[in-house]
Design a protein around this ligand. Structure first.
Ligand SMILES: [Zn+2]
Length: 321
């Protein structure tokens, strides 16, 4: 296989709180009229697998390509998958449910679920937009349980740390952090590959058939890190945004006409936020140019060497594992 940057086909998810912003901002071909809340840009989960759209590997899933070429794609890590990242764009037109994801110990204790640590990069925000990021300082398990059991329901939200957000911020949400995304936000979400979400409060909403969505109170209370209440993980905006045990996220901003070298060694995932350009392989013409534009997510195999050439001012995130 001749390694080259792999483009992936997004998987769109309808959500009660979603909208059409992914079309407006990134020109994504989402189903018209539907509330699309999530675009899964990179997924290698049992039920959702990203498919490659360019070059000789087009039509194959990222997962199957890693199995065939573990060394070429993952380098020294040399694993056969699944790929240890899940990357999404989220269009929150309405507030998301208050929820928590378990850590590895909690999954083991409960005998189910997959742990999830995530971070949110704010792509666009309506004036006054907020996120809910953990519990307010000093909130105990007893107080939180009391609010869930005896309400009023909004009391749960009042116990959460409400944080105003701005474009360009990156917020870290380690497993065990109770959280919610407020209305009016477009977010790039980078997380460990898991679909385990324990919902605590859904703002008294019902779906199109008039039913409320399921809650998972017991599991949520087991998963929340109450001892960390009031901790506010640092907010970053430049350079290395996240450096946790699962992944690193770096912010890049390049002017029109500039170039950045992509060295071999480790697999990289690139998420383009603005602008466009081309990636040229070191051994052209065999490794033909690959174009990128805002809204694209590419996996660059570990053995690939090339140059990103920016045709317009471009902002992007590099996720490494
Ligand atoms: Zn979450």
């Amino acid at each position: 296989m001749k390694a080259y940057p792999l483009k992936l086909k997004p998987i769109y998810k309808q959500r009660i709180w979603g909208g059409q912003k992914l079309r407006e901002v990134f020109n994504k071909d989402i189903p018209a009229g539907n509330k699309i809340g999530e675009s899964w840009e990179l997924a290698d989960l049992p039920d959702d697998k990203s498919v490659i759209t360019n070059g000789e590997l087009a039509g194959q899933t990222l997962g199957s390509v890693i199995q065939q070429y573990p060394k070429e794609i993952t380098g020294d890590k040399n694993f056969t998958g699944p790929f240890p990242l899940l990357i999404k764009f989220l269009d929150a037109q309405d507030v998301l449910s208050v929820q928590v994801h378990p850590d590895p110990e909690t999954c083991e204790r409960l005998g189910k679920g997959q742990p999830k640590t995530e971070c949110w990069y704010i792509i666009s925000a309506m004036p006054g937009a907020v996120i809910y990021k953990g519990l307010k300082k000093g909130v105990t398990k007893e107080q939180f349980t009391e609010a869930i059991e005896n309400g009023p329901p909004r009391r749960i939200a009042e116990l959460l740390a409400k944080v105003p957000v701005e474009v360009g911020q990156c917020h870290f949400l380690p497993a065990g952090t109770c959280h919610s995304i407020g209305a009016g936000l477009l977010i790039a979400e980078i997380q460990t590959p898991s679909d385990t979400t324990y919902r605590i409060f859904d703002w008294n909403r019902v779906d199109d058939s008039g039913k409320p969505r399921e809650l998972h109170i017991e599991e949520a209370l087991e998963s929340i890190h109450f001892e960390a209440s009031g901790d506010d993980p640092a907010v970053t905006t430049v350079g290395r945004l996240i450096d946790c045990e699962y992944f690193r996220v770096d912010k890049g901003a390049q002017g029109k006409g500039s170039e950045v070298f992509l060295s071999r060694g480790k697999p990289k995932t690139l998420i383009f936020l603005t602008g466009f350009g081309t990636i040229l392989g070191a051994d052209l013409p065999k490794a033909g140019p690959v174009e990128f534009k805002a809204g694209d997510c590419l996996v660059v195999p570990a053995v690939y060497e090339g140059t990103m050439r920016f045709a317009e001012d471009t902002q992007y995130l590099t996720v490494s594992i």
